[in-house]
Design a protein around this ligand. Sequence first.
Ligand SMILES: *Cc1c(COP(=O)(O)O)cnc(C)c1O
Length: 295
Amino acid sequence: MHSFSTSHITIDPVQLSILQGKKITLEVLRLDKIHPLVSGNKWFKLKYYLEQARQNNNTIVTFGGAWSNHIVATAAACRHYGLMCIGIIRGEESPTPTPALIQAKELGMQFIFSSRADYAHKKIPEEFKQKTYCIIPEGGYGILGVQGAATIAEHYTAAGFSHICCAVGTGTMMAGLILAATNRQTILGISVLKNHFDLMDSIRHLTPGLQIQSSINHDYHFGGYARMNPELIAFMNEFFRLTGIPSDFVYTGKLFYAVNDLLKKDYFPDGSKILLVHSGGLQGNASLPGGTLIF
Ligand SMILES: *Cc1c(COP(=O)(O)O)cnc(C)c1O
């Protein structure tokens, strides 16, 4: 079992050809280096839930799909702290489990498969409503998740960046970055879901009253959650060749592609200092056919 360490986090400057002739800098916050499974933002989003569960010696109960990074990360973090954990998984159990479920099971997570209808209502089985369980909502969405995600900002100097860009699933990480931002910064989220136009409302719900410049771009989902095309894969390979930084096709590949494209379209003004949050998720590439990626 690898140990977690936020001391592995670095900020890597990147040189892309699109930056030539522009007075713009681009750097990547490498949260992917924390741990191979509990990588990136998942560690931050989970940390206060885990702290609470450890104090009360609770069993963790959480929710996710069969491909969920959150499920794997929760299983690995619970193993690390010796906490029991149960994953309520969307849909019927498949005879061929996904790499995520295989990993989570190896890490000791128990599963309850929930019909799509029950799952949609996030129905909590009666026995878990007792105090001995700590329920973590899907993706860590909730105030403890946001407060944990806000501590990502301890790993960069706020004054150094005009724009902070991240991939958005539930919006919990972005809400945390907004919570930690100064009013001279802009937080830009790239949605990896198709037409999920109420995301900004979910984020405002978690950051009531905060007046930080922030927006979500919905143009780079590549067909929807976990969808991709050869152009995205080619970009991820090229980005790795140029920078040595690997990305995943569900989240960070789309983020990097989007920012490169927005630079092409002169979206960012001269003088921008852009920080890209590499939120991890690399183990998700295991579901691609071998040889698709050069890393
Ligand atoms: C889960 C995940 C996200 C999305 O985080 P939210 O807080 O749900 O928006 C982004 N990047 C990676 C790599 C993830 O695994």
